[in-house]
Design a protein around this ligand. Sequence first.
Ligand code: SF4
Length: 284
Amino acid sequence: MQVRLARKYGFCFGVEDAIETAQRALNANEPGKIVALGPVIHNRQVVENLERAGLDQSGDLDQLEEGTTVLIRSHGVGPDVYARAEQRKINIVDATCVLVKRAQSVVRQLHEEGYRVVMIGDKNHPEVQGVIGYAPDVIVIDKGDDLDAKLPLRAKLGIVAQTTHAPEHVANMIGLIAGRPFRELKVVNTLCLEVVRRQEAAVELAREVDVMFILGGLHSANTQELARLCREEGVATYHLETWEAFEPAMVHGAKVAGIAAGASTPDFIVNEFADKLRAIQPAP
Ligand code: SF4
């Protein structure tokens, strides 16, 4: 069948940096002496490759021995983790993405300027959990119905967003916040353009094809967002990790398939998927 790839997909510079940093750290440390405090990126295949190379990605800072090296992944961590590591003489290799670092320092600065910080994001996402550590009592919201319960009235609010959120969702949330009584609002754009470009490319492609495949980790927030945006375009959309999850019924009646991938999806997964899909004969 005919297969088209999104004009932008796959690894962003933050993920590439994180994987290279992890590989350098593995080469520079004895086996077992370098650990990450969670999967380096939200992609099972990459995580398994790093595990095979000797990187433990289920580290618990409080259980590590003195002299161990801890790898901070691209999602970053709160300041308490750096402080605890220093206290316990644990070395740090920092793979936090520069854009996440920027969001962290924006939050700190907004607090220093007297704003009550509001972060539009998923409170369970590791990036959000790290960023909110840079100011006290950060309010995390992700839905319109959260607002009355969470936002103080007539306050001076400083707003940031999870880097991987879609601009439209963030704009809607800002509109809802601005519709309530406030004293002052300051919005700092912390969205990642790498993610936005992948979203635009996926939506553009979704308008041209009969079926869309979004490839990448099922827990990857930016990949889930790609699938959501394509579904909103009204095209049948499947979010799959790899070719293993493909079923022929997914392309029944389709002549042209589109493929897009999240910022943590390696090219080999996309290439394998595209090759196998091309080999399928469309139904007459
Ligand atoms: S998606 Fe953007 S913010 Fe996240 S790691 Fe990649 S470049 Fe950094």
